[in-house]
Design a protein around this ligand. Structure first.
Ligand code: PSU
Ligand code: MN
Length: 292
């Protein structure tokens, strides 16, 4: 590690003592959710991880350094305004001293370099509906870094079958946590099978260890959402059809905002609940992994 990384005392202590640590992204705080849902989600994830006996490591770029573990004031700075930072944006964000909210790709890159193997998010990025050339850097980055990514599947705004095809090509295991079907973010059902099912933290930890010991890098652990949003599929279709000229990094935040409008805000509460649920499961599995 180098001078660009700044570990919080809590995270540094946990790593030194080999206690379980779960990394959290901040793009959900900076772009994915509006206030006050964004801070509710971030704080809720941290609380859920601590309650399970693990340590949260929320990651963001601030003042030219990559912070691994944020104070509450630092978290508020990210919420007040930060640019979206994917893995390719890390160098520019740090050298140009931008406030940067990290995506899954940037978060697992930073976590991996710190020795943290567990990470939680709402939903990973993937292949966009009707625009298969728009593929989230999350997918390639997951295939390169030793990280278990806990999520409620990929975001409903995406093309889930194509996203799963891509993960298969990249040889990324997709585990269903208590489910046979890949969840669809706001729904438990996508009609797409996972590559293996795990039902307990202990079984999940054993599968992660065996996969890592046989050369796997990133592993997706898909956790069904705690509740469902009726009509999510239709709303996602409509949002994608209305996309217009929005492109690049703005696509996912734009689509999530549109689904929030179409659902009268109901998608926001569910998004908060599901990301906290994923953080809780990640901490349970991280703890089982450390004690096995
Ligand atoms: N999960 C959520 N909301 C989000 C995201 C995940 O519930 O906003 C973020 C993640 O940081 C993910 C990013 O990496 O969206 C994907 O963006 P893109 O499609 O531009 O790669
Ligand atoms: Mn994209």
């Amino acid at each position: 590690m180098n001078a660009l990384f700044l570990l919080s005392p809590e995270v540094a202590g946990a790593l030194a003592d080999r206690r379980p640590v779960v990394a959290l992204e901040t793009s959900i705080v900076g772009q994915g959710l509006p206030a006050p849902h964004n801070l509710r989600a971030a704080r809720g994830c941290e609380d859920a991880i601590r309650k399970e006996g693990a340590v949260p490591a929320t990651i963001a770029a601030l003042d030219g350094r990559l912070h691994i573990g944020l104070s509450d004031e630092e978290l508020e700075r990210v919420a007040e305004g930060a640019t979206k930072v994917s893995s390719r944006d890390l160098g520019p964000a740090l050298a140009l001293r931008r406030a940067g909210a990290t995506t899954v790709a940037a978060t697992i890159r930073a976590a991996g370099m710190t020795g943290i193997r567990f990470m939680a998010t709402g939903g990973i990025g993937g292949v966009h509906r009707g625009h298969p050339e728009d593929q989230s850097a999350d997918l390639e980055e997951i295939s390169r870094v030793d990280a278990a990514v806990f999520c409620a599947g990929a975001k409903i705004i995406l093309d889930l079958p194509l996203t799963l095809e891509r993960l298969e090509s990249l040889s990324v295991p997709v585990l269903g946590y208590g489910c046979d079907e890949f969840p669809a973010f706001y729904s438990r059902h996508s009609g797409c099978p996972v590559s293996a099912r795990v039902d307990t933290p202990q079984v999940a930890a054993g599968v992660l260890r065996a996969a890592w010991e046989t050369g796997s890098k990133g592993i997706v652990v898909a956790v069904p959402p705690p509740a469902e949003l009726d009509g999510a599929e239709q709303m996602a279709q409509r949002a994608a059809a209305e996309l217009g000229h929005v492109a690049g990094a703005d696509v996912s935040p734009h689509l999530l905002r549109r689904v929030a409008e179409l659902s009268g805000g109901r998608s926001l509460d569910l998004n908060v609940d599901l990301v906290i649920n994923n953080a809780r499961v990640a901490a349970q599995v991280a703890r089982a992994y450390s004690s096995s």
